[in-house]
Write a protein that binds this ligand. Structure first.
Ligand code: GDP
Ligand code: FO1
Ligand code: CA
Ligand code: CA
Length: 311
């Protein structure tokens, strides 16, 4: 069986660990979000790709959900001693090595997809991890504060401001001319089913769907999604601030409508969201809280079974 999955960071990675566990013989291709990517200190950082790679490769800081386990921060302290900015983004020493390898390969002319493959040769995530695009494509956020109206990088809004200043809109800079990375459309074409983990519907899944060609490739497939919203709130993170910015309510119903019945065939919601409904979509209410790896595998099983039933 060939499964294609789209993924952001923590929510996507934890779900994928469950998917891999429940269907160990399947080929899983993951299309990762690179809209969060940022260049810091001359190094290219790809938070969502790294979160998936470290989580599936058993190198993640489990508590934090991003970054490396057993991390130290000597380089960060030394950079701060030189007064180097930004100081609001915490890169750890072990993590730095990943960004050095990636940046060196980018400078040598390798595309991000090949670099990700090279990094995964170490981590052996058990899935094929592809960036959504090899073309640089970054999410920026339009805000208005005491400095006026301006666009800032997504990481500055998310990490430095903790989404405390309302986003007026999001812009995926570079999306209009970006192409899906090599292998992305081919994987979707060959997929038996497509699963959308409970990743952020705006700045993770929504971003991937903006790369020209990806959404159109997905719609003829059987697509089952897991709601990232339970009982009117995100499980973790600030997805509500992202949804509000694009005029969508923070409910499992509204996220389903945002994706639309042309994309979604099956939708997994929490039991308290039973009653969510949309013409043309099979909605199933089940526990969808990934409190541990076993729970994540159970949720992935339910999503996969629903997809196979709808195929
Ligand atoms: P990020 O890039 O690290 O923000 O991670 P993702 O975009 O992959 O996932 C973030 C989303 O996952 C958030 O909107 C959360 O509401 C959702 N999420 C996190 N944990 C769970 C969970 O256990 N169950 C469900 N249903 N959603 C979750
Ligand atoms: N998130 C934070 O809240 N603070 C940080 O300092 C931070 C550093 C960081 C470094 C590497 C990495 O891969 C991820 C990191 N994240 C950090 C998480 C990440 O930037 C965001 O949670 C996501 O991009 C939002 O999806
Ligand atoms: Ca992310
Ligand atoms: Ca479909």
């Amino acid at each position: 069986m060939h499964i294609v999955s789209l993924a952001g960071g923590i929510g996507g990675a934890r779900f994928l660990r469950g998917l891999r566990a429940t269907e160990p013989d399947a080929t899983i291709t993951v299309i990762g979000n690179t809209g969060d990517d940022i260049t810091l200190f001359g190094l290219r950082v790809c938070p969502d790709l790294d979160t998936v790679m470290y989580t599936l490769g058993n190198g993640i800081d489990e508590e934090q959900g991003w970054g490396r386990a057993k991390e130290s921060h000597v380089v960060k302290e030394e950079l701060a001693a030189y007064g180097m900015e930004p100081q609001w983004f915490g890169l750890g020493d072990r993590d730095f090595a990943t960004h050095i390898v990636r940046s060196q390969m980018l400078a040598a002319g390798y595309p991000l997809s090949q670099i990700t493959e090279a990094l995964c040769a170490r981590w052996q995530p058990g899935v094929r991890l592809l960036p959504m695009s090899d073309d640089r494509c970054e999410t920026h956020v339009v805000i208005e504060d005491e400095h006026g109206k301006r666009a800032i990088h997504f990481q500055e809004w998310w990490v430095r401001l903790r989404a405390s200043v309302p986003a007026q809109s999001f812009a995926l800079v570079g999306a209009d001319t970006a192409k899906p990375a090599p292998g992305v459309l081919e994987a979707v074409e060959e997929a038996d089913v497509v699963i959308l983990p409970p990743s952020n519907p705006v700045v993770s899944i929504g971003t991937i769907l903006q790369i020209p060609g990806i959404r159109d490739a997905l719609t003829p497939k059987t697509v089952v999604g897991v709601s990232p919203i339970i009982g009117g709130a995100p499980v973790r993170g600030m997805a509500d601030a992202c949804l509000t910015a694009i005029g969508v309510e923070t409910t499992a119903q509204a996220v389903l409508e945002l994706y639309g019945p042309d994309l979604i065939d099956g939708w997994l919601v929490a039991e308290e969201d039973e009653g969510v409904a949309l013409d043309g979509v099979r909605v199933v209410a089940r526990p969808i809280l990934m409190h541990d790896a076993e729970a994540a595998a159970d949720i992935a099983r339910t999503a996969l079974d629903l997809a196979l039933e709808l195929t």
